[in-house]
Design a protein around this ligand. Structure first.
Ligand SMILES: *Cc1c(COP(=O)(O)O)cnc(C)c1O
Length: 410
């Protein structure tokens, strides 16, 4: 038997349980109830947060991706002891650099954190005074060269360092724009895909011009695996810095990322990062567990059988399509995103809206409001479903729910 005092102590150690549940239960609660509650505490339920099935992909607002089990294990297994964070970052960085076949690497707070730190490194080098002053350094405002059509929301992470973005539209303009205020050139790898155009300055030419003028070139390839080869490709092309998100398809911690490339720049980026307290990156802390988690996620990603995984994803699109097509007029098409970002097999569903009388956005709403909650996208043609972030047992549920909602509109 657990004493009343012990019980109170136990309940008090769970803030909400202690406050709300204990008063509801009175002190009549059996020790059995208390212990099962502590073993399987459902925090989502406690706070009234409904979990969801993710049919939209690695969107940050949907919490990105689920960590691989081995990543959770890395986090758990490194959480019981202290270590020197500089040493953890250095040793993990060395291991990651070996895996990625490059000079140096570090773990950042996501690709966005990497964009800020990489730019900071390009500005300050190892200059201690500058590191402390950033973004208010003395002298003229520093400049980053970017193709006009590569401007995007994430260049805010670059602008955090105080730089001015200088837009160019051709190789000739790029050459002319570089001056002694220029600290870096930035290439948004998926710009052409999202913008529906060709890069006006291709990767090789962009790198060549940057090298000619001794400007570090940085490529943001945050969402650009699979294929895993992309992790190596941009270093091979000659970019000085590369970033990928840790929390997208690599399925590391959602708040982790990779920054890798030239050794002197990575060293400078580390000086601009936590745990240095007087640095622009102090607020971009990554704890030791996540640093290890990122490393293990990358190992696991590189070792995975990507062909088999692709086939599994294709199978998911077939499962959902087969269910949906039980509804009259529904047709399906597997769409493989051209990439480089989010290059996955996705599913497009369409129907004759005069027969199945529901608009795609209303199907989205019904799926969101249904049980369980399901998030998918819609477009002019119908529903657009991303299957890669579903758990295997959720695929059938999505198929069934889509069929139910569509057949109710027949
Ligand atoms: C997702 C994304 C980022 C931000 O990545 P985080 O790891 O979430 O910080 C930056 N750039 C691009 C192109 C992205 O797709």
């Amino acid at each position: 038997m657990i004493s009343r005092r012990k019980m109170l102590k136990m309940l008090a150690s769970f803030p909400l349980f202690g406050g709300i549940a204990a008063s509801k239960m009175g002190m009549a609660a059996s020790s059995k109830e208390a212990s099962s509650a502590s073993a399987e505490r459902d925090l989502f339920e406690e706070l009234g947060i409904e979990t969801l099935i993710n049919g939209r992909g690695t969107l940050t607002f949907l919490s990105g991706s689920l960590m691989q089990p081995e990543v959770v294990q890395a986090i758990e297994s490194t959480s019981h002891e202290f270590a020197n964070l500089y040493e953890v970052q250095d040793k993990v960085g060395e291991r990651i650099a070996e895996m990625l076949n490059c000079e140096a690497a570090m773990v950042t707070s996501g690709a966005a954190g990497a964009l800020t730190l990489g730019t900071a490194a390009a500005i300050t080098g190892t200059d201690e005074e500058m590191i402390k002053k950033l973004p208010n350094i003395s002298g003229p405002r520093r400049e980053v060269i970017i193709q006009k059509r590569h401007r995007y929301s994430y260049d805010h992470a670059v602008r955090n360092t105080g730089v001015k973005m200088v837009e160019v539209e051709s190789a000739r303009e790029m050459e002319e724009a570089i001056n002694d205020r220029t600290v870096m050139s930035l290439f948004f790898n998926a710009a052409a895909q999202f913008g529906g155009f060709e890069h006006t300055i291709g990767h090789e030419e962009f790198v060549a011009i940057s090298k000619k003028h001794d400007i570090p070139s940085f490529i943001d390839a945050a969402a650009d695996v699979p294929p895993p080869d992309n992790l190596f490709k941009y270093i091979d092309i000659g970019f000085d810095l590369v970033t990928f998100s840790g929390g997208k398809a690599i399925r590391g911690p959602q708040s982790s990322g990779l920054l890798y490339g030239r050794k002197d720049l990575i060293e400078a980026a580390k000086l601009n990062h936590n745990p240095h307290s007087d640095s622009i990156g102090r607020g971009m802390k990554v704890n030791k567990e996540e640093i290890f988690g990122m490393m293990v996620a990358l190992e696991s990603y590189l070792e995975r059988d990507h062909e088999q995984q692709w086939e599994e994803w294709v199978g998911r699109t077939k499962t959902i399509a087969a269910e949906a097509e039980k509804v009259p007029t529904v047709t399906s098409e597997r769409k493989v995103n051209s990439g480089p970002a989010n290059h996955f097999p996705d599913l497009q569903l369409s129907w004759d809206q005069s027969r199945v009388q529901i608009k795609p956005e209303d199907v989205v709403k019904k799926l969101q409001e249904g049980e369980p909650r399901i998030e998918v996208s819609s477009n002019d043609e119908g529903l657009y479903i991303t299957v890669v972030m579903m758990k295997p047992d959720q695929v059938g549920i999505v198929g069934r729910r889509v069929r139910e909602v569509l057949s109710q509109a027949v």
